[in-house]
Design a protein around this ligand. Structure first.
Ligand code: ATP
Ligand code: MG
Length: 730
């Protein structure tokens, strides 16, 4: 039992208290996950059959890592029989075995988001209700809220308040849609993601024998990141644990960052009420980070009213101050980050895998990917595709590919009916078959549509649609002769209906798709600027496309991910640690995001997110922000994030000139750091880089601000507060 030796006193208590309810509530990096892992090993060492242990983690990756560590402690065969995974994966497995109680086949299909949307669209169509009002994605997010709050169809129809709310939202058929959707999924023998939790709850509530079976099986239950469980997950754990009450949850209320998905911070706060005999252990020593990082993180999180006060300290080295880099633009910021990584890699023999770049929204990756590639620094984008592989980006690029090369049939088939314009699969097949038979490309047929029309066997309505589509493409091509690539791409994004289509989806994923389009447009502007500056520059669309084609190929998923810089959103970084962290885009309206400044609750969640980001770092943190960003074709002034001013200045160090920066200190804290006399910028050692900085400094960006136009409302799944989302004008 050597593993017990390395534990501090409260950790030892948590690991060795094997029976009864136990909660470890502790700050970041204090060893919660380590305790959970050791506790499982200790249970097994003490004769508990691994078969009787259930461990729930937040990601499958975390489960895999934990299993590997346990295998090292107690052997492979023991680790193999543990049930360990995310809520969704574990309960999908149980539903495969027990689903027949609810009338599901054991080989039920799990619908991904797209499958589910397709079913829903058909339901809406069959009901003959207005698809403009009942937009599938909007309806889906409402259904998801119901399900995560265990509001079944029957419960919905017994809840006048809900029905009235939907009626007020001009969606009085919502209940009917919900019913039909549930019926359709059931008929197809399918469950969507939310069903996996809802149906598990139903199974455990309606069939006491099933509940008893799993209560007896999972005598020891452990949950990591308990602060981010939603109501549905909470009830499952509660039901399973109610017989033996051997439940151990670990979490940190200061790291609850999923309330927009229905996570309920009160689950952790109410643990004592649910289990009055619970032993509560708090861990105070942070083993991950330097004192500077821990102290700075403590200061920030203390601004939140809603929290358990915790004393977190580090006995590691004091460490370096947090460096702040003020950049002139997003591209400048990305160049700084890649230059910094390059420098530390060379001068401090740092591995690339020691670095993480953390950002608030996915669309921010593009600039960093470009900058890293220029320096040949290997990287991996987590939790999503590399920027140029994302569907919406590929869709817009497909339009542009057609403008460059009409015969690109793959691109053509991608966009001919996207967004939907009534050119269905049958029509497309007819076109392709006919073109092949005549040894022509589809574009050649479209060029002479009138001539070939009699042979195509298409009705006039369809012919008109095809004609309109092709005329639109031709108009873009004409425009390309006189206008720059950015303007053309913007026109394509608008006139094709792509932007409008993407904007209909007000979910966080939908917003991020619109942001990605915006980023692609930004990259075109960057490309033009770059080409203008170089001799023999070629700002043409074909040159742009060539650059992308080459760069997109260098980043394949098949690469192994050892020794690469990690790029991920802060949400995804939860639970992870890296020696050196770059936290980027620290600007008002970006972080805290523009969605979140409206209410104190939302802002506090952003602050927790900031806390999570900061506490991922072991040795060094670099903050950066840009004073202007290119958004929707406009340079937008940006103001440093309020979170910067919430950290006392003695934890911080500015690493480049800030003479003209006006910093608004909202918290009234000491921010004299921002008034310091400018020092020589450390990271612009190379002559040409310094020159760029000077040139840029001489040309202040035009001052324009982003005009918010559309306001969408997201009601979070817990049905509590709502957030306003403003989407920039196009
Ligand atoms: P988070 O809140 O970010 O999930 P956590 O509380 O789960 O953090 P861990 O990831 O378990 O913290 O631990 C943080 C780091 O500290 C890990 O590298 C872990 O190995 C190390 N650590 C934890 N406890 C000790 C200890 N007693 N001695 C040495 N190292 C420790
Ligand atoms: Mg952890």
């Amino acid at each position: 039992m050597d593993y017990l030796k390395g534990l501090n006193e409260p950790q030892f208590e948590a690991v060795t208290t094997l029976e009864g309810p136990l909660m470890v509530l502790a700050g970041a990096g204090s060893g919660k996950t380590r305790v959970l892992t050791m506790r499982i090993a200790h249970l097994i060492t003490n004769g508990i059959d691994p078969f009787n242990i259930l461990a729930l983690t937040f990601t499958n990756k975390a489960a895999k890592e934990m299993k590997e560590r346990i295998a090292k402690l107690v052997g492979d065969s023991n680790a193999r029989s543990l049930w360990m995974g995310t809520f969704h994966s574990v309960f999908a497995r149980i539903l495969r075995i027990e689903g027949h109680y609810l009338g599901y086949p054991s080989n039920f299909t799990i619908y991904d988001t797209q499958d589910a949307l397709n079913v829903l669209k058909k339901v809406i169509k069959d009901l003959g209700i207005d698809a403009e009002i009942y937009k599938a994605k909007k309806v889906m997010s409402r259904i998801s809220q119901y399900k995560n709050n265990l509001i079944t169809v029957n419960a919905y129809f017994n809840n006048p308040e809900l029905m009235e709310a939907d009626e007020r939202a001009n969606m009085k058929h919502m209940g009917e849609v919900y019913r039909k959707y549930v019926e359709a999924c059931f008929k197809n023998g399918a469950m969507d993601f939310d069903d996996l939790l809802l149906k598990t709850n139903e199974l455990l509530t309606r069939f006491p024998e099933v509940l008893a079976k799993y209560q007896d099986r999972f005598r020891y239950i452990l949950v990591d990141e308990y602060q981010d469980t939603n109501h549905s997950q909470y009830l499952i754990v509660k039901a399973l644990a109610s017989k033996f009450e051997n439940i151990c949850v670990v979490g940190d209320d200061a790291q609850s960052i999923y309330s927009f998905r229905g996570a309920n911070i009160y689950n952790i706060l109410n643990f004592k009420k649910d289990y009055p005999d619970a032993v509560t252990v708090s861990l105070e020593q942070n083993y991950r980070s330097t004192q500077n990082i821990v102290d700075a993180a403590n200061v920030v999180i203390s601004k939140n009213l809603q929290q358990f006060k915790k004393n977190v300290f580090s006995e590691n080295e004091v460490g370096e101050k947090i460096k702040i880099y003020r950049s002139l633009s997003d591209a400048d910021e990305a160049n700084f980050v890649s230059a910094n990584i390059y420098e530390l890699h060379n001068t401090q023999q740092r591995h690339f895998s020691d670095f993480a770049i953390l950002y608030r929204t996915n669309s921010q990756t593009r600039a960093f990917e470009d900058a890293l590639r220029k320096k040949n620094i290997p990287y991996k984008v987590y939790g999503g595709l590399s920027f140029y592989q994302r569907k919406e980006v590929k869709d817009l690029l497909a339009y542009l590919r057609i403008l460059v090369n009409e015969n690109d049939s793959e691109a053509l088939s991608r966009i001919i009916n996207y967004p939907a314009r009534g050119i269905g699969e049958t029509t497309q097949n007819k076109l392709v078959v006919f073109a092949d038979s005549q040894n022509l490309s589809v574009s050649q047929v479209l060029d002479n549509l009138g001539f070939y029309a009699p042979q195509l066997g298409l009705n006039n309505g369809i012919l008109t649609k095809l004609g309109d589509f092709w005329a639109m493409i031709k108009a873009f091509q004409v425009m390309l002769k006189t206008d720059n690539v950015y303007d053309v791409a913007m026109e394509v994004a608008k006139r094709s209906g792509l932007i409008k289509f993407l904007k209909e989806d007000a979910t966080p994923e939908g917003i991020s798709r619109v942001e990605n389009i915006q980023e692609l447009l930004n990259s075109m502007q960057g490309f033009i600027d770059e080409q203008i500056q170089i001799e023999d520059g070629d700002p043409s669309l074909s040159n742009f496309m060539e650059n992308i084609a080459l760069s997109a190929d260098t980043q394949t998923d098949k690469d192994d991910d050892t020794n690469k810089v990690s790029l991920m959103t802060i949400h995804l970084s939860k639970g992870l640690e890296f020696p050196i962290v770059h936290l980027v885009g620290l600007e008002e309206n970006l972080f805290p995001s523009f969605m979140s400044s409206a209410t104190r609750e939302d802002l506090e969640e952003e602050r927790r997110l900031f806390y999570v980001a900061l506490t991922r770092a072991e040795k060094q943190v670099f903050f950066s922000y840009a004073v202007s960003r290119f958004q929707w074709g406009k340079i937008t002034d940006a103001e440093p994030s309020r979170f910067l001013s919430e950290i006392d200045s003695h934890y911080l160090e500015m690493i480049n000139p800030v003479a003209e920066l006006k910093f608004i200190n909202r918290s009234g804290l000491d921010s004299s750091i921002f008034d310091e006399t400018p020092s020589e910028p450390r990271f612009y050692k190379k002559k040409e880089e310094k020159k760029t900085l000077e040139r840029n400094t001489n040309v202040p960006p035009p001052k324009k601000t982003l005009k918010p136009v559309a306001t969408a409302r997201i009601i979070n799944p817990a049905g509590q507060s709502s957030q306003d989302i403003e989407v920039g004008d196009m």
